[in-house]
Each structure stands twice: as C-alpha cells, then as structure tokens.
Write a protein that binds this ligand. Structure first.
Ligand SMILES: [Zn+2]
Length: 228
C-alpha cells in the first residue's frame, strides 16, 4: 500500500531526517503528501535561545523541501522540557485531524537507550514524550468526537489512522531501503548547519549500515503497527 497522506512527528528539528529521511523522501516521490510536525523549538541544540530556534526553524524548512515534504508545522514547545500533557496531545490531535493521514511516523516511546557497538547511547526525554503523546493522541483522542469538540467545530472531525511506524527504536521489524533516497536524506541532513551536519550524515550512514545484516540492505528501521 502506498498511502496518499503521511504525517511524521519528530521531537526536534533534524530527528525525522535522521531516523526516517529516506523513507519520507521515498513516500513523497511515490506521490504521497507528506507532512511534518516538529514538537520542540530545538533551542538547546548547540547554542541557546530564540536566535537558535529561528535558525533551526529555517533549517528544518529547507530540509523538508529537500525530502519533497510539505513545509513543517512547528508546535514550539521548549527543547528539553517536552512532556506528554493535555496541551501536547490536543495539538497533535489537531495536526492528525488536519492531515488525515493513513500512515503516521513517530518516535518509539519505549526507547531509553540504544546500542552503538560496545556503547549504550541514552535516549532523549523529548523523544519519548513525543512518541508517547502521539500514541495517546491516536487512541482514543483523534478518533472520538467527545474529545476536543471545539476542533470538530472547526471542521477537524475524528480521524482513524490505519498504520503507525515507530522509528528511533531498538526493536525494528520493518525496514525501508535507504539507498535510492540516500542523496535526498543526506541533502536534508546537511541543511542542519547549526548541528554539525557532516557528523549527523555520517551517523545516519552508520545506522543504516548497522541494519544491513538484518534487513539485507542499508535501511531505516521501524516498529510497524497495523491499527485498523
Ligand atoms: Zn531529537
């Protein structure tokens, strides 16, 4: 199935490109309308404050264009302080009901750490909060009209997402080949000039190569959940 509408929710500017850039670029190339939502302002990634947040916003806009995705939506929560609360869940329900995606991509909220060779790489609390809030937005909130009737009043009626792919996971069971879209992914990662983009691109390559043995090709890995 090639979905006609896809929504991807990342915690920070650059997360979606890093974990799922090739997949999103591939879906867009196949004709899907791919929308991106970024939960935090990224203002702690390197420098600090409003200037960095503005810079990261324009980097994310260029990166989304490189992937063939629509202009990102920025929820603007403070970097490092994201929590799965009612405000975030409501914002995500609004985005889901607006985009009406068949397929949603989000952080795996159960990832406290990943293995990188002999080392463990600790997960980010914003990633877990974003992932958990997506799950809670999907069920039961986005699909029930009793949640957020004010949204329905704006035409944002209940919506059921059929499939969820969780990236940033230690337990992938679905693999998307990177090779064909690696140039788009690399170009998108290099848009993040404030984030040591060459290291980002190198790490993304290593991740993709790390899945080669299991997937049979350089890959982005997901936990795939059929919901309906
Ligand atoms: Zn992140």
């Amino acid at each position: 199935m090639i979905p006609s509408r896809v929504l991807a929710v990342g915690a920070h500017p650059d997360d979606l490109e890093f974990y799922a850039g090739a997949t999103l670029a591939g879906l867009a190339r196949e004709g899907a309308e791919v929308r991106i939502v970024i939960c935090t302002d990224g203002s702690r990634g390197g420098g600090a404050g409003a200037e960095l947040a503005a810079e990261r916003r324009s980097e994310a806009e260029r990166a989304a264009a490189a992937l063939g995705c629509a202009r990102p939506r920025f929820l603007g929560y403070a970097d490092g302080e994201l929590v799965n609360d009612e405000a975030l869940r409501r914002d995500l329900v609004r985005e889901i009901r607006t985009a009406r995606p068949e397929l949603l991509l989000a952080h795996d909220p159960t990832t406290f750490w990943t293995r990188s060779g002999a080392l463990a790489r600790l997960g980010h609390s914003d990633h877990r909060a974003a992932g958990e809030a997506v799950l809670d937005a999907l069920y039961p909130r986005a699909m029930l009209g009793s949640f957020y009737p004010e949204l329905a009043g704006q035409g944002l009626v209940p919506w059921i997402v059929r499939e969820l792919w969780l990236f940033d996971t230690i337990a992938p069971d679905h693999f998307q080949e990177v090779t064909a879209m690696s140039a788009a992914k690399r170009e998108a990662l290099l848009c993040h000039a404030s984030q040591n983009p060459t290291a980002l691109a190198r790490d993304a390559d290593l991740e993709a190569e790390g899945l080669r043995e299991r997937a049979g090709f350089a890959a982005e890995g997901f936990r795939k959940l059929r919901l309906y």
